[in-house]
Design a protein. Sequence first.
Lengths: 432, 356
Amino acid sequence: MAKKPHETPLLDELESGPWPSFVTGLKRLAQDNDMAVDLLGQLETSYRTRKGYWKGGTVGVYGYGGGVIPRFTELKDENDKPVYPDAAEFHTLRVQPPAGMHYDTKTLRMLCDIWEKHGSGLIAFHGQSGDIMFQGIRTDKVQAAFDELNEAGFDLGGAGPALRTSMSCVGAARCELSCYDEQRALREVINSNLDDMHRPALPYKFKFKFSGCPNDCVNAIQRSDFATIGTWRDNMQVDHAYARAYFREHGMTDLVNDVVTRCPTKAIQVMKKGEVKAGPHHSVAELDDELRLVIDNKDCVRCAHCLNVVRGGLLPGKDRGVTILVGGKGVLKIGATMGTVVVPFMKLATDEDFEKLKELARNVIDFFAENALEHERIGETVDRIGLVNFLEALGLDIDPNMVNEPRSNPYVRTDGWDEEAAKWEERKQSAA
Amino acid sequence: MAEHRAPIESGAPDPMPLMHPLLRKNYGQWIYHDHPKPGVLMHRAASGDEVWTVKAGTQRQMDVHTIRKLCDIADRYADGHVRFTTRSNIEYMVADRAKVEPLIEALNDAGFPVGGTANSVSMIAHTQGWLHCDIPGTDASGVVKALMDELYDEFVKSEMPNRVKLSTSCCEINCGGQADIAIIVQHTKPPKINHDLVANVCERPAVVARCPVAAIRPALVNGKPSLEVDEKKCICCGACYPPCPPMQINDPEHSKIAIWVGGKNSNARGKPTFHKLVASGLPNNAPRWPEVAAVVRKILAVYKADARPWERMIDWIDRIGWARFFEKTGLPFTKYHIDDWRGARRTLNASTHIRF
């Protein structure tokens, strides 16, 4: 039995309604956990005053410099004593989830048991960077909780100016659009750079995210410094049976309105069987005995829309890999920026391919560590120095796929033109 | 004090041993999926195996009893494996179609809404808020609970033109991220500075450097080193507050809530987009934020009625134009909607393309 609960008339209003209520959950914890009792007291105060009452500090575990988010209450009485003493320390442990966020119940129950024993019993699956957030623990219990989690196979995530916990989509585990092994890529990249996660010494945070296809279900372009997104180079694959099934169910109007006209580059046409002159870059799917869906893969930008609509009938090609974009970030300081292409295509199938991805990831982190200003994200660094300087420092070849359009102003010194044009010709020759 | 053990730097755990056996068996070999009903997905592998997924909403910040309840359901109805989505929904996988309905019933009986798939309004990506953040302008879990109560029908049905992703953020840093509809605190007054504390708490040059518009400078106030804000320049973003809590930006009255629309993470059809401001000045009205819910519902209702199949929020607005977005939603268009940050001119209409 815990101590007597506080009155929480405002929070009580969040117990009604059909959606699961975190307040009901907290109250259940408060039946036998004093920290939960006092957490409800402080939270109710915030609801009344519309103010937050937590401040940061320094709490950690032996051997690591990050991964624990310290929270101390600022809600004090006239004698400078916490109004809600059992929640006066309410730290969070950020813990890296299994890639793809798969669990068996044995593991989840074990995590619950550890947190019930040491902490408040409140766990978030998951935070915005993908961590399991074990919320609410006293300073003196942090080490023991971590030790148990760590012995059970879990490790702290990132916080502060450090490599952050990563996310990958469900991908190869359960999606037909997956273009690479997202979970392997995440673990190869993150787990080979853990020193930068556990001992924060970068200019600012650095995030990797891994999406298996252009649908980018983990928002990699918008919210990661280094986005690895699955794509393919060769022709889209077709499955006539699924394409025919789509057409049978939806008919010509849906095909035109939802598929053909929604293609951003008008790469799709409907043709009669006898009219199709398929070249090596065309994918041709049977819609019925007479009609064909013809896709010019040279015009296709791999947006994935038609694959989303004609499920199973259109699939990624066989020559799969990733596009890498650098520089996505949130608002601070220059406004939100998206990642932009730095590698249009990289194979990601063999052990050597994964080594190359790891090497590029490491090089970008090193470049960031050495060249970014304090509190600057890599996207801001690229903004400041220009993409070309970034590419040259990383030894990445320039490519027209990196721009929406060439420059429209003459403010550039071009006296190296002939050498640069020669490089282009040379690359073209070696690619041929 | 006992000797500390050295940490095992194991990093992100291997998901393979934890994954549903059917997903493990067919890893990388999926060829098709279907959406037989809201909240249910069927994936088929090249081997012919089918796996049925049932998706349910959670409150994200879960007590251990709730998690154990979810585990009980997994053990009894779903082969003992689950996964979580990026938006904190839980997914149960079963090999046998006959297990789907009993699983749905068990989830519903335990109070977990089944839905969130395909063209639904999915669970709101959210942040920590008053529960745990050190700089929040509002709560997160409470806003989400209040809104999801309102949007419950849109979660359990799949009746939108395309999927709708929502996010909430408790300050302008926007940890909740980009979304079709994003609900974000918008401060309207410069920070109130507690000059007694600045010298002891803040590294002043770092705070000066943090300001996006160079509105902060060192100053001597009442004989103490402090900081001052050029209030004419200040854009009330709150960026100075995290490194310097005495620069109090949160205000129960003047920290308002803004609504942004048209963020799209996917590359499908158009390129990814950032969300854009459509409404602001809404009160931070705990515990149920009814004014915010009303605007969100209004936008969703117009989108649902007007957008064509497969149009995400931004695809729809691209077609109808922003003028008609404001006309149809009844939201006022103000001078604050016109961007004046760097690069803003590319957001202006340099053409005669005007819809009348």
